[in-house]
Design a protein around this ligand. Structure first.
Ligand SMILES: [Zn+2]
Length: 252
């Protein structure tokens, strides 16, 4: 997530938060909402970006970290995203990024979320009350963005000494890039022609190509390295790593 100053529609300069891959505006640091720098149903005007310091008092209070000032929303969002990710890692599956999946995660995590509990409870409120829904929580979009950033960093990492085979990766909040294929990655086969989009797990990466297991009872299939970008639509994620076994407790 990028932080850059932007001149608001009323002339005040706020700190604004952007998607680091598409450059689209997510929110501003203070409570003024993104509509203080962009009109509804329009794109953010890049001419509003400025290197001048923020003049919005609320943004300044947070940026200067004055005593008693609220924490930076991006820092709170990162803490929430890290909690969600740690929870998903512990369970052994990737974090769900869609709205409902995240809402359910917040519901599950709220009782043990300690100081984040009030926030998680607000984020977990039902979707049928438009005035009291997680969608009205400005932090929601920031949390999604932090999760996407962290998962992109993971997608770019493969085990050391893995031969270089590249495939497309699409970020959940927008933007795509080429990432290396590693053992344990899940790849989605390009089913544009067949209508069948199976997901397989990479079991080997060699100089000649990769082996993909579709968990269909057949042996893993081999794809030459030059076939990989054509045969696979995208890398979905790294396969869930097995949950950490609980620390052994010494027997009395
Ligand atoms: Zn502001």
């Amino acid at each position: 997530m990028d932080r850059r100053n932007a001149t608001g529609l009323n002339g005040l300069i706020h700190q604004a938060l952007f998607n680091s891959h598409t450059g689209s505006l997510i929110d501003v640091t203070c409570d003024a909402t993104r509509y203080t720098v962009v009109k509804p149903y329009t794109q953010f005007d890049l001419a509003l970006l400025t290197d001048a310091p923020a003049t919005c008092t609320d943004c300044r209070t947070i940026l200067d970290a004055a005593p008693g000032a609220p924490r930076h929303p991006a820092d709170i969002a990162r803490e929430c995203a890290d909690t969600l990710l740690a929870d998903a890692d512990h369970q052994g599956y990737p974090p769900t990024l869609d709205d409902e999946g995240l809402r359910l995660t917040f519901t599950r995590l709220a009782p043990d979320a300690r100081h984040l509990r009030p926030l998680f409870e607000r984020l977990a409120r039902g979707v049928y009350d438009p005035h009291n829904s997680y969608r009205t929580q400005p932090l929601y979009a920031l949390i999604q963005e932090h999760l996407t950033d962290t998962l992109t960093e993971r997608a770019l990492k493969v085990p050391a000494n893995t031969p270089k085979v590249m495939v497309r990766y699409v970020r959940y909040t927008g933007g795509e890039l080429q990432v290396p294929v590693g053992v344990g990655d899940r790849l989605t086969y390009d089913g544009l022609a067949s209508g069948h989009w199976p997901t397989g797990t990479v079991t080997a990466v060699e100089t000649s190509g990769i082996l993909v297991d579709y968990h269909d009872g057949y042996p893993p299939r081999h794809y030459h390295r030059h076939e990989v970008p054509r045969c696979f639509a995208f890398k979905l994620d790294r396969a869930p790593q097995p949950a950490q076994p609980p620390a052994a407790t010494p027997r009395p």
